[in-house]
Write a protein that binds this ligand. Structure first.
Ligand code: 5AD
Ligand code: SF4
Length: 339
């Protein structure tokens, strides 16, 4: 595919015109560094036009690592007996939420595995956090009943992250045995209907995934127009069936981030932790390719190593009290103030 044609496709995306699957595949597979840098620049410009220069910070608390699912890729899968399971007591979650507030961050993300025993306590927790900190509350607790989502919303949660993981049905079904492709999409629809700001997203480099699968992810995001999009590379975990596979590629992840920005211009797109694990400058690179959000881990240190989704995750983030000023400096150095 000639450079001129590829640049035309990127221009079309920038202008908001519809593009075909094969055109996305060509951009995803482009070998010409000039084309790739053109893609990043277009996404960076779109990010500036739509969200400005400010980088939004989110504080994440990993409240439970208990999970009933058995995703092939994830260290928290229920068959991994080597991980010590925990559920944070509400007082400790509230303390962590207060640290987020005192850090000058306005949004807390409560994340867990699919730990279904927690519905009542989550609603209470959301109410307490809202009344004692005033933080915007984002939940990321996996697939639940519509009624659970409704109760979380009623308790005051404003946002919900549920990555679609992959838009390819066969890949989804291989990677998430026992989990339903339809149900996950249904959950995303429910969340939208219930008035949540909703986040989707997918992994890059899952074993067996091809460029057409990634183009389908992009089409799905384009159709859903979610408020948030999380895109991260697959990182093999030694205690999973995928231990022997190679990780996803950082450059390919950045292309998908950039294309997501062009297809869902107003979305909040984090520079994901997983990108930072693969590559020291991964998160900064993402901020130059369409991303506008950084998530900071406020999980108390004593739990952090147990939230072992993929290797390197707990290590990637040091104590927030020391890291936050460093991040502010890093962002200032690239001319991106903290929002
Ligand atoms: N590598 C990268 N990301 C992973 N996730 C789970 N396992 C891995 C892995 N091995 C991501 C999934 C999930 C989120 C909690 O973490 O996208 O939605
Ligand atoms: Fe559980 Fe989520 Fe990990 Fe799947 S990806 S095993 S649902 S924590």
């Amino acid at each position: 595919m000639s450079r001129l044609v590829l640049e035309k496709i990127i221009q079309s995306l920038f202008a908001g015109r519809e593009v075909q699957t094969d055109e996305l595949v060509h951009v995803l597979s482009a070998g010409d560094p000039g084309v790739v840098s053109g893609l990043h620049t277009a996404a960076d410009q779109k990010r500036l036009d739509m969200t400005g220069d400010a980088v939004l910070l989110r504080g994440i608390i990993e409240i439970s690592n208990i999970c009933i699912q058995n995703c092939q890729y994830c260290g928290l899968r229920k068959d991994n007996r080597r991980v010590h399971r925990y559920r944070m007591p509400a007082v400790e979650v509230l303390e962590a939420a207060k640290r987020i507030m005192h850090g000058g961050i306005s949004t807390v993300v409560l994340q867990s595995g699919e730990d279904l025993a927690t519905t009542d306590s989550i609603s209470t927790l959301v109410r307490t956090i809202k009344s004692e900190t005033g933080l915007t509350v984002t939940l990321s607790l996996g697939e639940r009943d519509r009624e659970d989502y409704r109760r979380f919303r009623e308790a005051g949660a404003e946002r919900y992250l549920l990555k679609h993981e992959t838009a390819s049905r066969p890949l989804f079904e291989t990677m998430r045995p026992g989990s339903s492709y339809e149900n996950r999409r249904q959950c995303l629809q429910w969340l939208k209907e219930l008035g949540f700001e909703t986040g989707a997203g997918n992994m890059i480099g899952l074993p067996g995934q091809c460029m057409t699968d990634l183009a389908m992810d992009l089409h799905y995001l384009n159709a859903l127009q979610p408020d948030m999009i999380g895109i991260g590379p697959f990182i093999p975990h030694p205690e999973t069936p995928l231990a022997q596979y190679p990780p996803g590629s950082s450059p390919l992840t950045l292309r998908v981030v950039a294309l997501s920005r062009l297809l869902v211009p107003q979305a909040n797109i984090p520079a994901t932790t997983a990108l930072g694990v693969l590559d020291k400058s991964g998160r900064i690179n993402a901020l130059h390719a369409g991303a506008n959000v950084v998530m900071l881990d406020f999980t108390p240190v004593k739990y952090r190593r147990f939230y072992d989704i993929y290797p390197g995750k707990a290590r990637a983030l040091t104590e927030m009290d020391t890291y936050l000023p460093i991040l502010r400096e890093e962002l200032a150095a690239i001319g991106r103030p903290v929002g």
